[in-house]
Structure formats: structure tokens, C-alpha cells
Design a protein around this ligand. Structure first.
Ligand code: AKG
Ligand code: FE2
Length: 197
């Protein structure tokens, strides 16, 4: 594991966003990607928008401490127990971000036709201002942030093996999205480690 100790806040105001760069080599990241593709209990997500339930083409899975369920996007999700591999990655991410997590949401984007719309991870079930660590595996994708009142925008490219950390008041003042792109034909997996109430 390689850790870039760069700890500059990438946000100009109203919250914190850190990038630790690529914490795994290309080979390590590809190995992780392949084992997660095969071993995670992927399912299509259900998202409630304006009172209607939509089934996403993007796939998701929740893992966490046993016996937990989470309110997310208008429905209740039951967490699977940590796998040994996920548990190991969680410990490494905790060490790097100097934070504790009890849940992980995994997202699988088959290609650039799948993304995630503007949102903030500000649900009541998430401990306010806690760290949300996001690990990217696979194809590089653009991550956008938009300040809710000023409209200021920031974009960062998330590379294979890259770790970022959102914390502090970011979720109150900024929304984020994973941009779609017709040009992208490859798969990406994202893991967000969270601290739930
Ligand atoms: O895939 C990503 O990088 C973003 C995921 C995300 O924002 C989320 O799971 O809440
Ligand atoms: Fe998010």
C-alpha cells in the first residue's frame, strides 16, 4: 500500500475533501476489483424519486456490522456481514483517514452510461460531519461537486485505487455526482465507508 500524505483540503470553503491519491498499485487495485466483482452480493438499487420507485442499472451492495439495517434513498437496506477482504480494506482506510467506519456501500457502474446524480450523503442515519471515505477501483471517472448556494463547481478525476475522504460540513453545503460519459466502456466499482448511527 502506498500513501500519498497530501492532505490539502480540495474545497475552498464549507467542508472538507481530501485525496490520498492512489493507495494501491495498478495490479493490487485490479486484483481487488476482480475479487469484488465476483464475491460481492450485487443487486440492482431501488431509488425513490418524487414518490416513484425506480430500479437502477447500476448495482449496489451494503456491508456492515451485523444486524444493522440502513435507511437509504427512501428504502431500508439490510447489511451483509463484512467479508474478510472488505474488513481488511476497511482497516487500511481507517488507518489512512484516521476515522472509524461501521458500514460500506458498494456501487458498480458497468460503463459510462451509469453514474450517480446530484446528492449529498446527509441522511439522518449517517453520523453528522463524520468521515465518508471513498475508494475507487477500475475505470477512471469524473467526480463533480457543486456548492449549493454559490453554485461553485469542482471536478476531480477518480483513478483506479484512489482514496478520497469527505468530512466536516461538506454534506450540508455541497452536492456531489458521478458524471456519465458515453465514451467510457469499462466498469468501475466504488466503496464508500461510512459511520452510521
Ligand atoms: O461512485 C462514486 O464515486 C460516488 C458514490 C456516492 O456518492 C455514494 O455512494 O454516495
Ligand atoms: Fe454520495
Amino acid at each position: 500500500m502506498h500513501i500519498n500524505q497530501q492532505k490539502d483540503n480540495l474545497l475552498p470553503f464549507d467542508g472538507e475533501l481530501y485525496s490520498y491519491g492512489r493507495i494501491y498499485t495498478e495490479d493490487q487495485a485490479n486484483t481487488l476489483l476482480n475479487s469484488f466483482i465476483q464475491s460481492i452480493a450485487w443487486e440492482h438499487d431501488q431509488v425513490r424519486l418524487f414518490g416513484k420507485t425506480h430500479i437502477t442499472t447500476r448495482k449496489v451492495a451494503w456491508y456492515g456490522d451485523l444486524g444493522r439495517s440502513y435507511q437509504y434513498s427512501g428504502s431500508v437496506k439490510q447489511a451483509h456481514a463484512w467479508t474478510p477482504l472488505l474488513s481488511e480494506i476497511k482497516s487500511q482506510v481507517e488507518e489512512i483517514c484516521q476515522a472509524k467506519y461501521n458500514a460500506c456501500l458498494l456501487n458498480l457502474y458497468h460503463d459510462g452510461n451509469e453514474g450517480m446524480g446530484w446528492h449529498a450523503d446527509n441522511e439522518k442515519s449517517i453520523v453528522a460531519h463524520s468521515s465518508i471515505a471513498s475508494l475507487s477501483l477500475g475505470c477512471q471517472r469524473r467526480f463533480d461537486l457543486k456548492h449549493t448556494t454559490s453554485g461553485k463547481k469542482i471536478s476531480i478525476e477518480l483513478e483506479n485505487g484512489q482514496l478520497i475522504n469527505m468530512q466536516g460540513s461538506i454534506q450540508e453545503h455541497w452536492k456531489h455526482a458521478l458524471a456519465k460519459s458515453k465514451k467510457i466502456k469499462e466498469l468501475r466499482i466504488n466503496l464508500t465507508f461510512r459511520l452510521m448511527i
